[in-house]
Design a protein around this ligand. Structure first.
Ligand SMILES: [Zn+2]
Length: 301
């Protein structure tokens, strides 16, 4: 009897040795502000998420700083988009000596590809902007929940519940978006943006996006011939839905508008969320705002 009494208090001690206490809240690093918002929705107050590429920032051309390596080295979970978005990440991870859990949020997504011209040749490139469809957003959320559970198993039920609730919100928003866009006739469903960030959105919700710059803002300016061709198309098809993204340079779209008489619409939010006082500070608000903005533009076509 005495032996048993002595033994019982040892059990919690043994457990605390086997599974070391996870820092509270769990330190997480996400590469972009979109991923940061998704992690916050799943992790709630159990996580402290930093983003490397800030609000209105460009993940294609990002240059990591020494403080990024420091944040990664103390994180227990790193969430990346993958599909080639973060070309700068391998070197950063190498210098950060990260030993925690790493999640690629696009794992399991069917990636879209695109033909891009390079040095006179056409090559197939993977489109990394998979978060621009809410169906993919649900896969991101499932992957993030899996990562949080692996990094912090004590809060598994909390993460699972939040992920299920948030996935339901994404589904509800998707239904709303389809209903809103149903008012736009098929012939008007054409939009011009600077870089090709909305292929997933277009495929999911039935809109043709035309972008003079390719998938990455790194690809540079299109040729004068390509610009002239696009201007002829804008005039011929009487396109008025011309948009810039919050992360890209406005010069090209402004030139197109100037040469064709089309008016540039308010900026769309593509690769990064906005500041809190702007229209797209969360993933859900980004979709609501982009959809309303696109719809207003397309109805002028
Ligand atoms: Zn992009």
């Amino acid at each position: 009897m005495r032996l048993r009494l002595l033994f019982l208090p040892l059990i919690p001690l043994a457990f605390s040795v086997l599974s070391p206490a996870v820092a509270d809240p769990l330190p997480v690093v996400a590469t972009t502000s979109v991923l940061q918002d998704l992690v916050r929705n799943v992790g709630g107050d159990k996580v402290d998420v930093k983003t490397l590429v800030g609000l209105d920032g460009d993940a294609h051309t990002y240059e990591p700083t020494p403080s990024d390596a420091k944040a990664i080295s103390t994180a227990r979970l790193v969430v990346i988009n993958g599909l080639g978005l973060e070309g700068w990440l391998t070197r950063l991870m190498g210098s950060a000596k990260f030993s925690g859990t790493r999640v690629t949020a696009t794992e399991g997504i069917a990636p879209l590809t695109m033909q891009e011209a390079e040095g006179g040749k056409s090559k197939t490139v993977i489109d990394p902007h998979a978060w621009q469809s809410l169906a993919n957003g649900r896969i991101y959320v499932a992957n993030i929940a899996k990562g949080l559970i692996a990094a912090d198993p004590a809060n598994a039920a909390f993460y699972r519940d939040n992920a299920a609730n948030y996935a339901n919100q994404l589904s509800a928003l998707e239904t709303k978006i389809r209903a809103e866009l149903a008012d736009v006739p098929a012939a008007k469903r054409r939009v011009i943006t600077t870089h090709d960030a909305f292929q997933y959105y277009g495929k999911a919700y039935g809109i043709a996006f035309i972008a003079p710059i390719g998938l990455s803002t790194e690809d540079g300016e299109p040729s004068a011939g390509d610009v002239a061709k696009l201007e002829r198309q804008i005039k011929r098809e009487k396109l008025h839905a011309l948009f810039l993204e919050n992360i890209s340079n406005s010069r090209l779209i402004e030139q197109l508008a100037h040469d064709t008489g089309a008016v540039v619409g308010p900026p769309l939010f593509s690769d990064a969320l906005s500041r809190p006082d702007e229209p797209a500070p969360s993933y859900l608000q980004m979709f609501e705002y982009n959809t309303a903005t696109l719809k207003a533009g397309m109805l002028k076509n």
